[in-house]
Design a protein around this ligand. Structure first.
Ligand SMILES: Cc1cc2nc3c(=O)[nH]c(=O)nc-3n(C[C@H](O)[C@H](O)[C@H](O)COP(=O)(O)OP(=O)(O)OC[C@H]3O[C@@H](n4cnc5c(N)ncnc54)[C@H](O)[C@@H]3O)c2cc1C
Length: 390
């Protein structure tokens, strides 16, 4: 059955929610999005968008717009602890396009969000309501009933066929509507900042991703030419930080020291939470993205998994006899893959932060791998083709 005329409500206009809205609207459905913030959220910094995610976005005809705001790094350089130069690199650039049919690129999260938002605005059948205060949803035999307190203080009750919670790691849909767990804080902080390229030009290449390993930390850096900035993310153990805290990696080596110093006091702490739940749906209500499966960002796949969720779920909702059947199939298709990606991300976190002298073993394994070893090792992630064109 085509989705034409069907009605869906999505909570959260983040990357996952807007990708789903576009997939549904292109299939003729009417979509209402409830966004808690007064506008599209510009939080976050850089994102690596791998070919599996890009494939889904290309299906939504966003490829050209993505090319305009992103950079296709030529490689990912890996620096052992304290080293001045890289010991290995993973080739990216044109190789990723030819091997996986879509590029590996880096961009600012706000540019991706803005591009998705502009695409949503072109659809008259997508209605984004910003600044919603509270909402409550119940599932029943005919779909869902939703009560919303809107930004202007008015309360409204509406009906729809189904409700999808794309409301992020601390999802109200997961915790309050589906009785799911709270997100878990794993005592790790991502310290993020953006600096003008000139400040770190002696330390970081302009055409690639640089990853520095350390004892108990690692740092990921890449240029965002569209913004004339460099994205810096420093991952370290830590408790919930106070506003005065700044990152102090142990034995960082001269390059990491110089990069950290260049950023001054401008680091923003980002406590890393994860979500594990087997309950992704009940009745006509389901979860996608971080709301269902937030993971540590050590394989750079969190947003990619939300984008894939959306690309799988939109055609299922359009073709299934009812939403519950679509959600059941969606969970069957997605859960195993997402668990595997989350497990790899967690494992990377342990390996990346090994203390000395175990870090020496890691560094020698990294140095021994060839520049194309990742094509076989990570091909199962990048080669995944979610969804089909409308
Ligand atoms: C340091 C770091 C680096 C990362 N790097 C990468 C990377 O390189 N590649 C990658 O793929 N992923 C990466 N990720 C992960 C990625 O950022 C997330 O997985 C992704 O942004 C999740 O998108 P989402 O739309 O599911 O959730 P969110 O982006 O959190 O969006 C949720 C939306 O819901 C809204 N909302 C919340 N509650 C409510 C409510 N009750 N009602 C209505 N609206 C609500 C929020 O305001 C928000 O707009 C990284 C994460 C971190 C922390």
């Amino acid at each position: 059955m085509p989705a034409t005329g069907r009605n869906y409500v999505i909570a959260g206009a983040g990357i996952s929610g807007m990708t789903l809205a576009l997939g549904l609207a292109r299939r003729g459905a009417n979509v209402v999005m409830l966004e808690r913030s007064p506008d599209i959220q510009e939080f976050g910094a850089g994102l690596q968008i791998s070919p599996n995610a890009r494939h889904c976005l290309d299906q939504l005809d966003l490829g050209d717009a993505l090319d305009r705001v992103g950079l296709e790094p030529l490689a990912l350089d890996l620096f052992p602890q304290g080293a001045q130069g890289p010991s290995a690199h993973m080739e990216l650039g044109p190789l990723m396009r030819s091997r996986f049919g879509a590029p590996y690129s880096v961009m600012h999260r706000a540019d991706l969000a803005d591009l998705l938002y502009k695409a949503c605005r072109r659809f008259t059948n997508i209605d984004i309501r910003f600044g919603v205060r509270n909402w409550d949803v119940v599932s029943h035999a005919k779909g869902i009933t939703l009560a919303v307190d809107e930004a202007n203080g008015q309360s409204r009750t509406t009906r729809a066929d189904a409700f999808i919670g794309a409301d992020g790691v601390h999802s109200h849909t997961r915790r309050a509507v589906l009785d799911g767990p709270d997100a878990r804080f794993g005592n790790r902080i991502a310290w993020r900042t953006l600096v003008p390229f000139d400040l770190v030009s002696g330390q970081i290449a302009t055409d690639r991703v640089s990853v520095f390993f350390g004892s108990g930390f690692h740092q990921v850096c890449y240029p965002l030419p569209h913004r004339k900035q460099v994205n810096l993310a420093l991952f370290m153990p830590g408790k919930t930080p106070t506003p005065q805290d700044q990152p102090r990696p142990a034995q960082p080596g001269p390059r990491v020291s110089a990069i950290v110093a260049a950023a001054g006091q401008n680091w923003t702490p980002w406590p890393l939470y994860t979500v594990e739940t087997a309950t992704w749906h009940r009745g006509n209500i389901a979860l996608i993205g971080d709301a269902a499966h937030a993971m540590v960002p050590f394989q750079a796949q969190g947003a990619a998994m939300g984008i894939e969720d959306a690309a799988i779920l939109a055609p299922l909702l359009a073709t299934s006899t009812n939403a519950e059947a679509a959600f059941t199939r969606y969970a069957q298709l997605r859960q195993q893959r997402v668990r595997k990606v989350a497990a790899l991300s967690a494992q990377n976190g342990r390996i990346f932060h090994l203390p000395w002298p175990l870090s020496l073993a890691r560094d020698s394994v990294v140095a021994a791998q060839g520049p194309r070893a990742h094509l076989a090792r990570l091909g199962w992630i990048y080669d995944y083709k979610a969804g089909t064109s409308t």
